[in-house]
Design a protein around this ligand. Structure first.
Ligand code: SF4
Ligand code: SF4
Length: 307
């Protein structure tokens, strides 16, 4: 067990209310800037190389630049996931100057035309930032409606100058009706896998390890070989820290029985991996006999999920 990457949700507040959202939005018990810096130092000292900063909407924090700068100065590759609505040229420049490596802008499942227009407008003003190593990608929720229009949406994304797409499966969240309507069945999953094949030469497509089969398919095509070792990193080499400092194996399993407690109470990362919550996750979701990743085998919390 060796920590490689962590996701830190620096707030659960957001200026949007997306149908597919699964964050409980409130501003109680948010970590302070000093606590976040302390956690970043702890992560760095324990081997973490990559930090994904997310939320809620992380740009709502006024100290976000200082947080990024601190992570970057600690030689951690720093990525930011944002809904993009607060981005403009000067914000993008400040993010870059703070040392941010990659930015992922969520375009939801591309059904909200106001949000998309805002996204295209904003993008025009700072696409020049992607000239250097600063990578701009989009996060897409692969709902049924998105998959039904996938070619049209991929075209739009590519025409906007985006070079990286990150596909995220719908997850049960705050709006149960939306999830029931838009969660994808096995047939839709197959349709998605077939459809992305045509796009792999034109744009870098990556995906959540919850899309186990798709991830494998992409790797086979891109690397022309079977990458047969898809070990779920959760509770082995990565974890998620919520806005209060509570640690969970993965954003898909932010459940009390898998919580390792508050990161501020730990002195070393091995005790986190050995915590009862993480051990429980491994027994329940990640048993040695399980052929697939937890996301595929888990029936506990995602009854209607295909994975
Ligand atoms: S999905 Fe993201 S952008 Fe949408 S409401 Fe939730 S936190 Fe905000
Ligand atoms: S639990 Fe699923 S999404 Fe999370 S790291 Fe493991 S395979 Fe990936």
């Amino acid at each position: 067990m060796k920590l490689r990457c962590a996701t830190m949700k620096v707030t659960s507040r957001c200026n949007l209310r997306c149908e597919f959202c699964y964050e409980k939005q409130d501003n109680r018990k948010e970590l302070s800037k000093d606590q976040i810096k302390h956690i970043i130092k702890f992560l760095k000292d324990n081997g973490c190389r990559t930090l994904m900063i997310s939320g809620g909407e992380p740009l709502l924090r006024k100290d976000i630049y200082e947080i990024i700068e601190y992570a970057s100065s600690n030689k951690i590759k720093t990525k930011l996931a944002t809904n993009g609505t607060l981005l403009n040229c000067s914000v993008a420049n400040r993010l870059k100057e703070s040392g941010l490596d990659d930015i992922y802008i969520s375009v939801g499942d591309m059904q909200d035309s106001d949000r998309l227009n805002n996204f295209y407008q904003t993008l025009k003003s700072y696409i020049h930032l992607s000239d250097s190593d600063f990578k701009i990608g989009v996060n897409v929720i692969t709902s049924k409606t998105f998959i039904n229009n996938i070619n049209q949406h991929f075209n739009k994304i590519i025409n906007a100058g985006i070079k990286t797409i990150f596909l995220i499966p719908p997850k049960p969240g705050n709006n149960v009706n939306w999830y029931r309507k838009e969660c994808i069945s096995s047939l839709y999953y197959i349709k998605l896998c077939k459809n992305i094949l045509d796009w792999l030469d034109l744009i870098e497509i990556s995906t959540d390890c919850a899309f186990w089969f798709l991830k494998k398919e992409i790797d086979i095509i891109k690397h022309d070989k079977l990458m047969d070792n898809y070990n779920c990193p959760a509770a082995d080499s990565s974890f998620v820290i919520n806005k209060e400092g509570l640690i969970y194996p993965c954003a898909y399993f932010e459940l009390e029985n898998y919580c390792a407690g508050n990161i501020l109470n730990y002195n070393n990362v091995l005790s986190i991996f050995d915590s009862p919550g993480f051990q429980n996750f491994k027994i329940v979701c990640k048993s040695a006999e399980s052929l697939f990743t937890p996301c595929i085998s888990c029936k506990e919390d995602y009854e209607s999920c295909i994975m």
